[in-house]
Design a protein around this ligand. Structure first.
Ligand SMILES: Nc1ncnc2c1ncn2[C@@H]1O[C@H](COP(=O)(O)OP(=O)(O)OP(=O)(O)O)[C@@H](O)[C@H]1O
Length: 383
């Protein structure tokens, strides 16, 4: 069995100019929360299994409870510092929260609910985002005169996001905003959250326990386990490392930033290009030139030491073994494909039989069924 060299600890993100620095400690009955992390300027996922403390962190950040010890700063503005006696009241924190349930005001129309968000922005400094911009970004123009009861769950969430944005927040907290929606509604709302991330200019802290959702949306991932930060860093690094995702190790995989190169409607295929090499995936309804993020789960990658022939898989990328990490019966193999790291999950026996070792030239074979169109993210900017 291949033994991996000990890895350095997870890389941590640096504090961006408008990033958020959080440290919070609180005892909640038998549960003790003690976390410290910083966010990037885009979307940071708070990721962990049920009961790891995600909602508790969001609640303390929103000011819905007080930590025993803690500090929260957005850029250089300190909202909470228990050591210095600073505790900015909730209504002056300018942190907006979107919950699982949209919590719209039922007697008001969508327009009225959005107006309610604007009401809070009146005396807040900085340029106001226009209602028209928010309505367009979230695709809710046709809903303005309707009441919440007549909207789908996904539509209600889009209105709740719009209302939150119109309150001119400095930070948007989203606590599992898709959890109450079925798969079709989730697929419908994800592109709007991507636009929000890329266009609204407000940092987002997004709670989720779904790898696919985090892979699609996050620039930075903070992994919580039993009230502690188990790992934090760029999404591409955290999500491919089974050792950093103990509760989700079987779902580890690489994130590839790619561009739609060409469509092949007759074959029902889309050709993607990226630094790792070209990939062919089932048809994606995106125009040529669109930037996408593709997740390649490690369990869907095979490793060959010679260029495979007579293979039905279309996606074969040359590379070199970068690292081997034995985890129980499985070995996580990192493959450097032209500067992009792919991960493959092999058995120890396969690693021995192939004689895999760092530096060895190999071919990563990706089963094209690995590409689920609903898992492919859009990105207008680097995330
Ligand atoms: N007020 C409280 N008193 C006692 N225990 C609490 C309190 N609030 C939360 N807890 C406990 O803290 C732990 C973390 O809960 P939290 O809701 O933050 O987790 P989570 O990661 O958001 O979970 P989920 O994904 O299920 O929402 C749980 O064990 C919960 O029972």
């Amino acid at each position: 069995m291949a033994r991996a060299p000990r890895r350095p600890p997870a890389r941590r993100v640096s504090v961006a100019a408008d990033g958020v620095a959080v440290s919070l400690a609180r005892r909640l009955g038998a549960f003790s929360l003690d976390v410290a992390f910083t966010t990037g300027p885009g979307l940071t996922a708070l990721f962990g299994r049920s009961g790891s403390g995600k909602t508790s962190v969001i609640g303390l950040m929103a000011g819905l409870g007080r930590p025993d010890r803690g500090r929260i700063a957005i850029g250089d503005e300190v909202l909470l510092d228990t050591a210095r006696g600073i505790d900015v009241p909730v209504h002056r924190r300018r942190i907006a929260t979107v919950f699982q349930e949209a919590r719209l005001l039922p007697h008001l129309t969508v327009r009225g609910n959005l107006g309610y968000g604007r009401f809070f922005a009146r005396r807040r400094p900085g340029p106001a985002v226009s209602t028209g911009t928010v309505v367009e970004m979230l695709g809710i123009g046709h809903l303005l005169e309707r009441r919440p009861a007549g909207l789908s769950g996904g539509e209600r969430q889009r209105v709740a996001i719009g209302r939150a944005l119109l309150a001119k927040p400095r930070l948007l907290l989203m606590d599992e905003p898709l959890a109450a929606l079925d798969e079709a509604r989730k697929a419908e709302i994800l592109p709007y959250i991507e636009r929000l991330r890329d266009e609204a200019g407000v940092p987002i802290v997004y709670v989720s326990h779904a790898v696919a959702e985090v892979a699609r949306l996050a620039g930075t991932v903070v992994v919580l386990e039993e009230g502690r930060v188990a790992a934090a860093g760029p999404a591409g690094l955290i999500l491919r490392r089974a050792d950093l995702l103990p509760a989700h190790a079987g779902e580890a995989g690489a994130l590839l930033d790619m561009v739609v190169a060409a469509q092949d409607p007759a074959g029902g295929l889309t050709h993607l290009s990226g630094a790792a090499g070209p990939l062919v995936v089932p048809h994606l309804a995106r125009p040529p030139g669109a930037r996408v993020r593709v997740r390649v789960p490690a369990r869907d990658v095979l490793v060959a030491t010679q260029a495979p022939a007579g293979l039905s898989a279309r996606n074969v990328l040359p590379g070199r073994i970068a690292a081997l990490d034995a985890r129980g019966p499985a070995v996580m193999v990192e493959i450097d494909c032209n500067g992009v790291t792919l991960a493959a999950r092999l058995t120890g026996a396969s690693v021995l039989a192939l004689g895999l070792a760092p530096g060895l030239p190999v071919f990563a074979v990706i089963k094209s069924v690995a590409f689920d169109p609903t898992e492919v993210g859009s990105r207008a900017v680097e995330i």
